[in-house]
Design a protein around this ligand. Structure first.
Ligand SMILES: NC(=O)c1ccc[n+]([C@@H]2O[C@H](COP(=O)([O-])OP(=O)(O)OC[C@H]3O[C@@H](n4cnc5c(N)ncnc54)[C@H](OP(=O)(O)O)[C@@H]3O)[C@@H](O)[C@H]2O)c1
Length: 329
């Protein structure tokens, strides 16, 4: 499908390059770029043949020709840019984690509603075709009732407290950086948002969550465990267990293959759908469909449930970010 709207990127770091490539793979390109460091925006524009570079990121919102703003700056800066973009009547696709907490997200959702625009989190899990394929089979009853989910996500990051992953001033910590993937997966397979939540946390010297284990249960008594670490490599493995089978997905944030093991006889089968390398292209396509009013697959309701869980967990841990502390004063 061709690119139908004019996209501007706010930020031109690692993930923005992937967005630029995704638009190219769909036969289009970014319309414009704004970035804190102007020279980097100029180089980025040159690399991707982008027509317009703004003097300052905020100029994106004043440009009447921009339809969709893609925000790919650090988590703690999202709300400021979200509010400005939405108030200017722009549709927004914002990188994960979309905000620091539910209060910020509620403000953004209200603004999107007021201005009649699409607001979505760039959560790859919600757009990978493998999940659609699995959901169809689950809804058809192929595997029977869903009972338990078991999630891992562990990265080994250098134990350098200046590194953004451990930096409290950049909203570091495992939950907002990697936990958001595991929880989005959990929410997608659970029939309702979990209400009972228990957890343990290990804090890094900076006070952010370095490791966490989380237990979740909803009203249907579906259960999940999530084990996160920023200092220990683990497979990115998601496992969903039903009466008749269990499903495993490796590298699940951009999964393309699921292995099914049948309870009765241990037989294994595989399902493949989509490609890991096209993850952002699926996101772009779904976003354009939502903007065009052709069906909303952006799953903002799941994003809100996940943000509520993360907000509650950090409250239990007594973990706040400087932006949240300023509000209390
Ligand atoms: N969905 C995914 O698969 C995925 C993967 C990676 C990251 N992400 C998310 O995407 C976001 C960015 O990650 P990244 O890896 O692309 O980071 P990155 O390479 O460090 O790029 C960060 C970008 O944000 C800008 N920036 C930093 N601080 C800013 C501030 N205070 N105000 C305005 N702009 C600022 C930087 O501008 P300068 O050029 O001036 O430094 C740069 O353009 C994060 O929210 C992250 O969680 C998502």
């Amino acid at each position: 499908m061709a690119v139908r709207y004019r996209w501007a990127t706010l930020g031109c770091g690692v993930i923005a390059h992937e967005l630029a490539e995704a638009l190219q793979s769909l036969g289009g390109k970014l319309y414009s770029v704004g970035n804190r460091t102007h020279e980097k925006a100029v180089a980025f524009a040159k690399q991707y043949g982008i027509e317009k570079v703004y003097d300052a990121p905020e100029d994106i919102f004043k440009d009447p020709d921009v339809d969709i703003v893609y925000i790919s700056t650090p988590h703690n800066t999202h709300i400021k840019f979200l509010e400005q973009a939405l108030a200017a009547g722009k549709h927004v696709l914002c990188e994960k984690s979309i905000t620091l907490n539910s209060e910020e997200l509620n403000r953004a959702v209200a603004l999107a509603k007021e201005h009649g625009v699409v607001l979505a989190e760039a959560q790859t899990i919600y757009h990978m075709p493998i999940y659609r394929e699995l959901k169809e089979r689950i809804d058809r009853g192929d595997f029977g009732p869903m009972n338990v989910i078991s999630m891992n996500f562990g990265s080994y990051k250098d134990y350098d407290m200046k590194n953004r992953f451990f930096n409290r001033s950049l909203a570091g910590g495992a939950l907002l950086d990697i936990g958001v993937y595991a929880l989005s997966f959990v929410r997608m397979f659970m029939s309702s948002a979990p209400k009972e939540i228990a957890s343990q946390v290990k804090l890094a010297p900076t006070g952010v969550d370095e490791e966490a284990s989380i237990l979740l249960k909803n009203d249907q008594e579906e259960m999940a465990t999530v084990l996160l670490s920023l200092h220990s490599k683990q497979p990115k493995r998601g496992m969903v267990s039903f009466d008749k089978a269990y499903i495993e997905l490796m590298t699940y944030p951009r999964g393309e293959k699921a292995t099914i093991t049948w309870t009765e006889d241990g037989r294994r089968s595989e399902i493949e759908a989509g490609h890991t390398s096209d993850a952002l292209a699926y996101e772009v396509t779904d976003m354009e469909r939502a903007v065009a009013g052709e069906g909303d697959d952006m799953k903002l309701a799941y994003t809100r449930d996940v943000m509520d869980i993360m907000t509650r967990l950090r409250k239990d841990w007594g973990l706040t970010y400087p932006e949240e502390e300023n509000l209390k004063k």
